[in-house]
Design a protein around this ligand. Structure first.
Ligand SMILES: *Cc1c(COP(=O)(O)O)cnc(C)c1O
Length: 387
């Protein structure tokens, strides 16, 4: 069947964008990094070293697979729209009421929903430069104005980390939301419990503070503290967590937030009823029960991170402090050619140009074999570019 060509609008992206809501018009889609499916086809899974997305190289607890198998019997049924069993398990784990919990299709969905619910045209949202990319997306999608605070100096003790004073100064009468990630992606940096408390005390209660704790399970610095212990005293504080990183379930897409029951109730008005699927609900509940596996993955990550940091520093590279399963690395030059050369060798890292750090790459901490292959490829490439 041939479709007659008619004169008129182009119906291209620009034409439809002109019809989109104000926030969406100026928005750029989230950059997910490389097309990994194409790379897996080109190199094969055994050759490719995937260190671009901060995934857990040890995988989830084996209990996840068993829980998913049991769900195969009931794929024709809708999942529990309330996610009751998983929320009760999370409530017990964190010692909070079930009414303080909300589940999302990844914490990404919850961050976007927070923007939609609490921000909008005529309001603004505060976060740091080199903060998590989704903060900007959530703000712009809501049609709100981004107020971006300068980070801590690059040559200081916590290079490019969140400058909490600068964030406070960026707050205006129109500020509805403030996003911080602790530890932060892509810098890996963190701030301590005392700084967190002093910060929260000074944020006006009308401003909702979202503390994205995607890597909290891995943080073991003595001064690190989760904001979970602060939500009762400060009902304007929201904590987001995820099963994608330490729990090793990135493929299932489950995140959650912990907040005041009233905030959750308002957020629930906009949540899609079946946003978390049945196998995902069951698997997350199962892995929560396996603390030993979680601790094993976090311990191995910490060991491998330390070894990787030492190896990178020994190569004269700038390595940012990290409490996560990745390190930000400065190359002292435009990193794009290095990244391209590594990609040609089947080593996938995350370029940082989009984060305003074109001299850096973000490297996920892999297992010992992956890290060894990364370093071997890096040595070849550094030898080439340094001549
Ligand atoms: C990986 C990550 C997330 C998690 O996203 P999911 O949608 O839960 O997979 C959230 N915040 C930060 C800072 C992250 O790095």
């Amino acid at each position: 069947m041939s479709v007659p060509v008619i004169e008129g609008p182009a119906f291209d992206e620009a034409w439809f964008a002109a019809r989109a809501s104000a926030g969406v018009r100026g928005l750029k889609a989230y950059d997910p990094g490389h097309d990994l499916v194409a790379f897996r086809r080109r190199f094969g899974n055994d050759v490719l070293v995937e260190l671009g997305s901060n995934e857990n190289p040890y995988g989830p607890s084996p209990r996840a697979a068993a829980a998913i198998m049991a769900q195969l019997e009931v794929l024709h049924r809708y999942p529990d729209p309330l996610g009751g069993d998983l929320k009760r398990a999370l409530a017990a784990k964190h010692g909070v009421g079930v009414d303080r919990l909300m589940l999302g299709n990844g914490s990404h969905e919850l961050l976007m929903l927070l923007g939609q619910v609490f921000a909008g045209p005529g309001t603004d949202v505060v976060f740091s430069r080199h903060g998590f990319a989704v903060f900007a997306l959530a703000t712009q999608a809501a049609g709100a104005t981004m107020r971006i605070a300068a980070p801590l100096p690059r040559d200081g003790a916590m290079p490019l980390g969140h400058d909490l004073d600068a964030l406070l100064e960026a707050i205006t009468a129109d500020t509805r939301l403030l996003f911080v990630a602790n530890p932060n992606n892509p810098t890996g940096t963190w701030f301590g419990g005392e700084a967190l408390d002093a910060f929260i005390e000074r944020v006006p209660p009308e401003v909702i503070v979202v503390v994205d704790e995607a890597y909290a399970e891995m943080a073991d610095a003595p001064d690190y503290a989760s904001a979970l212990g602060r939500i009762e005293r400060h009902p304007n504080v929201v904590v987001t967590r995820t099963f994608s990183k330490a729990y090793g379930l990135a493929g299932l897409r489950v995140g959650y937030l912990v907040a005041a029951p009233g905030l959750v109730a308002v957020m629930e008005r906009l949540r899609e009823s079946f946003n978390v699927n049945g196998p995902a609900l069951a698997a997350c509940e199962a892995v929560l029960d396996d603390e030993a596996h979680l601790r094993m993955a976090c311990r191995r990550n910490a060991e491998q991170r330390e070894a990787l940091v030492d190896a990178l520093k020994a190569r004269g590279l700038e390595v940012f402090p990290s409490q996560t399963n990745f390190v930000l690395v400065g190359f002292g030059r435009e990193a794009a050619p290095i990244e391209r050369a590594l990609t040609d060798r089947g080593v996938i890292l995350r370029p940082m140009g989009g984060y305003g750090l074109p001299d850096c790459l973000r490297i996920s901490v892999g297992n010992p074999d992956e890290n060894a292959r990364l370093l071997a490829a890096l040595d070849e490439v550094l030898h080439e570019v340094r001549g």
